[in-house]
Design a protein around this ligand. Structure first.
Ligand code: ZN
Length: 311
């Protein structure tokens, strides 16, 4: 698709490697049934159909790995560490394929509903599991359900995490500054997430109209075309049990082939994209936007806002 605007819409397009027009990462969050346990507790053993819906991951993850192998791609999988411990064979298969494993909580806990100490404890527990099972510490993090807290940037910087992939404040990567140091943000947004397209589960009280693969991928395609036109970043936030169901998996293969055929596209794991950004920021060849985090350390006191005088 040609550029309908005809002039630049991104203020700071990134100098991508080899003159690529945009960077692409298709990330999968392998949540499986992790998020049921904190929320539903003792009810979970009787949530059999919902658990089976999520355990489709055991079929979907090997299918995704097959697709990546056929297409010659290395990508990033975000993992609640409990899922790594519970389904270790999938982890082995991902590592055999040479892919990156990044941090996605322990039991898919909501970081922004925890105390600072508890958030730190869960974060470290997962780092230990990832280190033990993959041989290296995670380089990246995505907050479960994007539930990023006021403390998260500080904690990620404390732990030496290179990048985050939870936030949505730009079309291109930016540098988050915290008390404890810097974290590169690789932003995405809801239009690139597969829950709004495909997730429908009455028991979880999440009922969306299920889109056809053609409709869903048309949303992703338009975002990709614009990223390509303007030097942006395109990060799919997907789930194996949603996007790698059979008809969607077929469409996924076709979509990746379309992106590859377009040319000048840098498809890379998140770690490589983050390292590229760190490098061009550090050598001065890219002036990234800098954002001080968090947005608010405390709630604003609305009672201090001066009342408007009546005319
Ligand atoms: Zn998740």
């Amino acid at each position: 698709m040609s550029d309908p605007a005809g002039f630049p819409l991104i203020e700071r397009p990134v100098p991508w490697p080899h003159g690529a027009k945009c960077a692409v990462a298709m990330t999968f969050d392998i949540d499986t049934d992790s998020f049921l346990h904190l929320e539903y507790g003792k009810r979970v053993p009787d949530m059999v159909a919902t658990t089976s819906w999520l355990r489709y991951d055991e079929i979907a993850v090997p299918r995704i790995l097959r697709i990546y192998k056929e297409l010659g791609l290395k990508q990033t999988f975000f993992y609640p560490a409990w899922c790594m411990e519970t389904y270790p064979r999938l982890v082995e298969q991902i590592l055999e394929g040479g892919h990156e494993i990044a941090h996605h909580g322990y039991l898919h806990e909501n970081s922004n509903q925890l105390t600072l100490d508890d958030e730190r404890a869960w974060l470290r527990r997962s780092i230990e599991v990832i280190q033990r099972m993959t041989g290296q510490r995670p380089r990246g993090y995505r907050a479960p359900v994007y539930n990023y807290s006021r403390h998260t940037t500080d904690l990620l910087a404390e732990e030496g995490i290179l990048y985050d992939a939870s936030l949505m404040a730009d079309d291109v990567p930016y540098v988050m500054e915290s008390r404890a140091g810097e974290v590169i943000e690789l932003p995405s947004h809801w239009a690139l997430d597969d829950w709004p397209q495909f997730a429908h589960n009455i028991e979880l009280q999440y009922t969306m109209t299920i889109r056809s693969p053609d409709e869903a991928f048309a949303v992703y395609q338009s975002e990709f075309d614009s990223a390509w036109n303007h030097g942006g970043l395109w990060i799919g936030v997907w789930h194996p049990w949603l996007t790698a169901r059979l008809a969607r998996a077929e469409k996924l293969v076709a979509f990746i082939r379309t992106m590859m055929a377009k040319g000048d596209v840098w498809i890379a794991p998140m770690e490589e994209i983050a390292r590229h950004i760190r490098r061009v920021v550090d050598d001065g060849s890219y002036k990234a936007r800098r954002v001080e985090m968090p947005y608010y350390r405390d709630a604003i006191d609305a009672t201090k806002v001066p009342q408007q005088k009546k005319p």
